[in-house]
Design a protein around this ligand. Structure first.
Ligand code: PLP
Length: 406
């Protein structure tokens, strides 16, 4: 819930206050021999004190580590921190976001099952559902996630899972999580939400009734663009089944060094997000009045279609926004904006300390035909910006001079 009575910067400061202590301390391990930072345990196997200890470890009667793919102190610490931030009973971290997403879906669905998913979603997640899983007998219907009724209408007797990604890429459309969860529970279905865009700073889907949250930790959770990683979080029962499949079975284990980097990045997560969300709202409001901009998409804007819903179900409006250039020749002019920025960085990914700018029509969505691209809400002049932690004034000056060239 984002109050209308409180100024947005105060909302963001309060949210950072709720999360900051967790970001620093959740998952701290007591047995670290005085080191304030958990040492990186680069051991593929762990020795036993006695034959009895080993036998008990294999029966899961003690918490001794056995082998690096089955558990490691850095992984445990990171899982505890993410579970605390998402308000989850348990979390499992994985080698990448895609490992978490494919593992989560495959741990729930089996041959013959059907999934309902948003038409506008991360491209590789869409490929998993559209191209890869049908080989194993799992099919998907894609719907406009802005319409909760479309989810309900797509449900068949074989449906097992409703998959959500909100706000969506790239126009930050907001799906009604509570309503989709209500439909799922009524029909005995499970729900998964990709919370990479919103992050637990801006949205906690488990509190809205979702069963499993999935993440690319490569993005705002790690936050420094130096480690690929993923995670899933939810009830211990669902997480244990997914971890067993994706980490132990498929081998999608997160390296201890990456677990350390992401855990370190998470200590400043709430502070970074408070700054990035404030900057995104400021840039969105200013771009709205810029003569070269036709449209701006950010849930903070009162005329954004998902604004009221975002106020109800989110803690903050998020750090991503997108905007469309006004006028003709938008494909070429979009590229000129990218080439003109000096503070923002022209790169894919999001959630970094650096502000990242992408032009989907000439890059991520360039191989799609015009109709598919339109269904994915991508126009020639659309640019997506992931706000970093640089000064909002420096970023505004940078965008303004780049737009002047376009
Ligand atoms: N989900 C979303 C929303 C993403 O944007 C991405 C990557 O960009 C992923 C999942 C996949 O994450 P990873 O690259 O860590 O596998």
């Amino acid at each position: 819930m984002i109050s209308t009575a409180t100024p947005y910067p105060a909302v963001l400061a309060a949210r950072a206050g709720q999360l900051s202590t967790m970001c620093v301390h959740a998952g701290e391990d007591a047995s670290r021999h005085g080191a304030l930072d958990l040492p990186i345990t680069l051991s593929s196997a762990f020795g036993f004190e006695s034959a009895d200890e080993a036998a008990a470890a294999f029966k899961r009667e003690n918490d001794a580590y056995i082998y690096g793919r089955w558990g490691n102190p850095n992984i445990d610490a990171l899982e505890a921190k993410l579970a605390a931030l998402e308000g989850a009973q348990a979390a499992s971290v994985t080698a990448s976001g895609m490992a978490a997403i494919s593992g989560a879906v495959m741990s729930i669905c089996q041959s013959g099952d059907h999934v309902v998913a948003p038409r506008s979603m991360y491209a590789e997640s869409a490929r998993l559902l559209r191209e890869r899983l049908p080989r194993f007998g799992v099919t998907t219907t894609f719907v406009d996630a802005r319409d909760a009724g479309a989810y309900a209408a797509a449900i068949r007797k074989e449906t097992r899972l409703l998959y959500l990604e909100t706000p969506s890429n790239p126009v930050l459309a907001v799906a009604d999580v509570g309503e989709i969860v209500r439909v799922a529970k009524e029909r005995g279905l499970l729900t998964i939400a990709d919370n990479t865009f919103a992050t637990p700073f801006s949205q906690t889907p488990l509190a809205l009734g979702v069963d499993l949250v999935v993440h690319s930790m490569t993005k705002a959770l790690g936050g420094h663009g130096d480690a690929i990683g993923g995670a899933l979080a939810g009830s211990r029962a669902l997480v244990d089944v997914a971890r067993d499949l994706v980490v132990k079975g498929f081998g999608g284990v997160l390296a201890p060094f990456n677990a350390f980097l992401i855990d370190r990045g998470l200590r400043t997560f709430a502070l970074r997000q408070a700054q990035a969300c404030a900057t995104a709202a400021t840039l969105a409001a200013r771009l709205k009045t810029h003569p070269k901009i036709a449209r701006v998409y950010h849930p903070s804007l009162p005329d954004h279609a998902g604004h009221a819903l975002a106020r109800q179900q989110m803690h903050a409006f998020g750090s991503l926004l997108s905007f469309e250039l006004a006028g003709g020749d938008a494909l070429a002019r979009g590229k000129r904006v990218l080439e003109g920025v000096r503070v923002a960085t022209h790169a894919v990914s999001l959630g970094d300390v650096r502000t990242l700018l992408v032009h989907p029509a000439s890059t991520t969505h360039s191989t799609m035909n015009v109709e598919t691209r339109a269904l994915a809400d991508v126009t020639d002049g659309l640019l997506r910006l992931s706000a970093g932690i640089e000064s909002a004034e420096d970023l505004w000056g940078d965008l303004d001079q780049a737009l002047a060239r376009a």
